[in-house]
Design a protein around this ligand. Sequence first.
Ligand SMILES: Nc1nc2c(ncn2[C@@H]2O[C@H](COP(=O)(O)OP(=O)(O)OP(=O)(O)O)[C@@H](O)[C@H]2O)c(=O)[nH]1
Ligand SMILES: [Zn+2]
Length: 265
Amino acid sequence: MSCVTRGKKTDVACGDQVDIKRTDHSEGVVEHIHERRSLLYRSNAFRTKMLAANVTQIVIVLATTPSFYESLLNRCLIAAEAAGIQALIVLNKCDLADNSAALLQLANYSALGYRVQALSAKQDIAPLLPWLQGHVSVLVGQSGMGKSTIVNALLPDQGVRTQEVSAVLDSGKHTTTAAHLYHLNAESDLIDSPGLQEFGLHHLDVEQLEQAFIEFRPHLGKCRFNNCRHVHEPDCAIHAAVASGQIQQQRLDYFQELVRELGGA
Ligand SMILES: Nc1nc2c(ncn2[C@@H]2O[C@H](COP(=O)(O)OP(=O)(O)OP(=O)(O)O)[C@@H](O)[C@H]2O)c(=O)[nH]1
Ligand SMILES: [Zn+2]
């Protein structure tokens, strides 16, 4: 049913549960937004956008080709941790060429405890099904990684994105401009979001960032200075953990990149 919000407020996110009042047989007004279990954001220095509400899992879609931005993968993982949502990493297009390099790259993330599923959405979507069962999952990823293909494979009857193409663009190019929620079955929902090229995390502060790097947690609060930003400070527990191999240098680099964006270092 097509519904509008009262006034100019558009604080409703895809996945929200709402009370509506019917104004017509096919139209209504959103009266109330229910309390959210989770809310996923992305933001730049100027504005914060709600990505999806009430999701329990973020599914990060990567592919062997075109190559994916590892920085974007990290940002998605950090956004998930900050929102208290679990993450699943999907490596799509595994029917293509050699995926061993990409799998090796992702082994670093399995070592952190993140689940990684190799897949070819074109050939067989079945390996993804058990991961989605019982969850409200949101699919995120760069353009071209195969999100539409995954959604179409999961919901073959809905002609999901092709429908949009004919209605809006009529150009034959698959593009998703807004998030959509689909019911996979009685217990599982799937939210498809537009392709991302960047994923800003300006809505987080340094302390939230530190906590979102899960392998930092056991070392936090153990630096000599309690406002240590883990750059060049002496007796830094995070640097000590990098030196002893408990934290990967690259993850510390990603952390520093995010802190610099906040203007905090
Ligand atoms: N070989 C192979 N190609 C795939 C697979 N999945 C998707 N593709 C192809 O990759 C291209 C991009 O796939 P899409 O599903 O449109 O990508 P997307 O992530 O939805 O892109 P946006 O709509 O821009 O966000 C298309 O040409 C697909 O046919 C796969 O498993 N194997
Ligand atoms: Zn430190």
